[in-house]
Write a protein that binds this ligand. Structure first.
Ligand SMILES: Nc1ncnc2c1ncn2[C@@H]1O[C@H](COP(=O)(O)OP(=O)(O)OP(=O)(O)O)[C@@H](O)[C@H]1O
Ligand SMILES: [Mg+2]
Length: 530
């Protein structure tokens, strides 16, 4: 034996989370210099939007990206949110896996507690520079911190810290990173992210000082969306391990009260039905449930009909916002949108919204993906949204293309959930849960059907117009021939023929209109049922 277990034991020790991500920075979205700039801006802006929304403040966000040396950038993100109290600043920025959103089921952009400290880690790794934070809660004091991360211990290392009286009583957070990067204006850039953020957050005012000049994304609506309520998990899809842990932590004294108090949409009747189907005494303490009992409960849940989760735990954009956003940014000739009723994966509620825009100023196909209002620009191939799009039979709806429309079509998909199942810590793609793919596909098919109806209407109208042109052309020759035969004035005969063509054409158009009306009616009826 070259090495004994004892010798190996000397090398076995705990790894700090900061050390792990220092080695694996690509998992946080820092795999190249172009993407790194986007990731830093995205983490800062996502937090700014989360904080302002949670505090009920209309967001005013300032972002600056400035090249200070070759491939070295200063990135500033400032918001008008509630600010961060002094005590929390070091941990929020100097410790990975520290945050307020992980332990609650609520629709937020962030959820892991790793986003902003990841930016601090990448900055110090690539330039050796600390990150500067200024925070004020509106009491006339600015808390200024300059800090790094002690990677070995995953603890903040404060370089400088001072309190400064501020003249203006502002509230919010300003962060300044110095990091390696490359600024580009292509499809997966900071600019594209900003544009898409403006579509999905029309109530935000954003000023972006980019390396190529200032761009302002003006606020489109003066009202924040209704606040999403925090929610308990739903029983559908709940897993044995989670249920076992929950029954140990619950304050519910019987299995019945445990089910009713820890889960959404479980009333007394449903709880009793579950216990009956699982052949379990509903009055015993949940801690007395054996492993087999828990498995039986999980199986019984599948046979009990529970209401869908309430909608107020989610904050979808709504059909009007989806359509208006697409109209404003894309100027299409046709747009349609659809929201699915909320559904559940692994006990967590989610909702899908889809929009399809066609023609007008759109010149090429594009897919815009959003999760909790955040644009997703990378990892298309891994994403449940892309998978659902590829499963739609576009040709069936008169749209050429295999897997993705090969036509001037922009597809917009928003996935809203109390917990987004991202494929990695960089939050770029949604994991391929079958129920999620199914919901997206159903929404897409409905929207595609409407686009199909519109397109067949357009094609029919074009066909009729072509026919009319042919008749009009023949009218001239026919009038000439009839004039020679009958001796009547050619001009008069032509006028009569054209009048008949015009009348006939009006009749056909009216009939077509009725046909379309009927089809739309049918479409609306079937939508009402679905
Ligand atoms: N601009 C801000 N204003 C107020 N609070 C903030 C701000 N930025 C961050 N926070 C607080 O700091 C915490 C940590 O932020 P961080 O971005 O690291 O994690 P997160 O947003 O919770 O999750 P994720 O890792 O998915 O981004 C947040 O949960 C929030 O409580
Ligand atoms: Mg965050």
């Amino acid at each position: 034996m070259e090495k004994s277990a004892e010798e190996m034991a000397k090398e076995q020790k705990e790894i700090s989370i900061s050390q792990f991500f220092e080695k694996n920075r690509h998992l946080l979205g820092y795999d190249n210099k172009i993407k790194a700039l986007l990731t830093i801006v995205k983490e800062g802006v996502d937090n700014a939007l989360d904080a302002t929304e949670e505090a009920g403040i209309l967001p005013d966000i300032y972002v600056k990206v400035e090249e200070i040396e070759k491939e070295k950038y200063k990135i500033v993100i400032k918001d008008n949110g509630p600010g961060i109290v002094k005590k929390q600043i070091p941990n929020i920025f100097g410790k990975l896996l520290y945050g307020s959103k992980f332990h609650r089921l609520k629709q937020n952009r962030g959820q892991q507690g790793i986003g902003i400290s990841g930016g601090v880690l990448y900055s110090q790794l690539t330039t050796g520079k600390p990150t500067k934070i200024i925070s004020s809660t509106g009491d006339g004091k600015d808390h200024r911190f300059t800090l790094k991360i002690d990677v070995k211990h995953n603890e903040p290392k404060i370089v400088e810290n001072e309190v400064v009286e501020s003249k203006e009583k502002w509230h919010g957070v300003q962060i300044t990173f110095v990091a390696e990067g490359i600024y580009r204006g292509h499809k997966q850039s900071v600019m594209e992210y900003m544009k898409e953020v403006a579509i999905s957050n029309p109530y935000a005012n954003i000023i972006f000082d980019s390396p190529t000049g200032r761009i302002e994304f003006a606020r489109g609506v003066d009202k924040l969306p209704p606040k999403a309520k925090e929610i308990k998990p739903h029983l559908y899809g709940i897993e044995v391990g989670i249920l076992e842990r929950m029954r140990n932590e619950t304050k519910g004294r019987t299995v019945l009260t445990f089910l009713m108090s820890e889960f959404t949409r479980v009333g007394k009747l449903s709880a009793e039905e579950i216990c009956k189907k699982a052949e379990i005494d509903s009055k015993i303490s949940p801690r007395k449930l054996t492993h087999d009992d828990v498995v039986k409960i999980v199986n019984a849940i599948k046979e009990v009909k529970l209401s869908r989760p309430p909608t107020d735990c989610l904050s979808p954009l709504g059909n009007t916002a989806v359509e208006e956003g697409m109209k404003k940014e894309l100027s299409p000739e046709f747009v349609s949108s659809l929201s699915r009723p909320p559904s559940v994966y692994r006990g967590w509620p989610f909702q899908v919204e889809v929009g399809i825009a066609y023609g007008g100023l759109i010149t090429e196909p594009n897919l815009m993906r959003f999760a909790n209002r955040v644009p997703l620009l990378y990892q298309l191939g891994d994403c449940a949204i892309a998978k659902a799009v590829s499963q739609v039979d576009w040709k069936r709806y008169g749209v050429p293309g295999d897997k993705m429309p090969d036509a001037p079509v922009v597809i917009f998909v928003h996935f809203a959930s109390v917990w987004v199942p991202f494929t990695s810590e960089s939050k770029e793609a949604i994991a391929n849960y079958p129920v999620i793919i199914k919901e997206i596909k159903l929404a897409l098919q409905d929207c595609a059907r409407r686009l199909g109806l519109y397109l067949s209407g357009v094609r029919r109208a074009e066909r009729i117009a072509q026919k009319k042109q042919i008749f009009e052309r023949y009218a001239i020759d026919t009038a000439k021939a009839l004039g020679e035969l009958t001796g009547e004035a050619e001009e008069k005969i032509k006028e009569t023929i054209l009048k008949i063509v015009e009348e006939k054409w009006r009749e056909i158009v009216a009939e077509e209109g009725e046909e379309n009306e009927k089809e739309n009616q049918k479409e609306n009826n079937s939508k009402g049922k679905g």
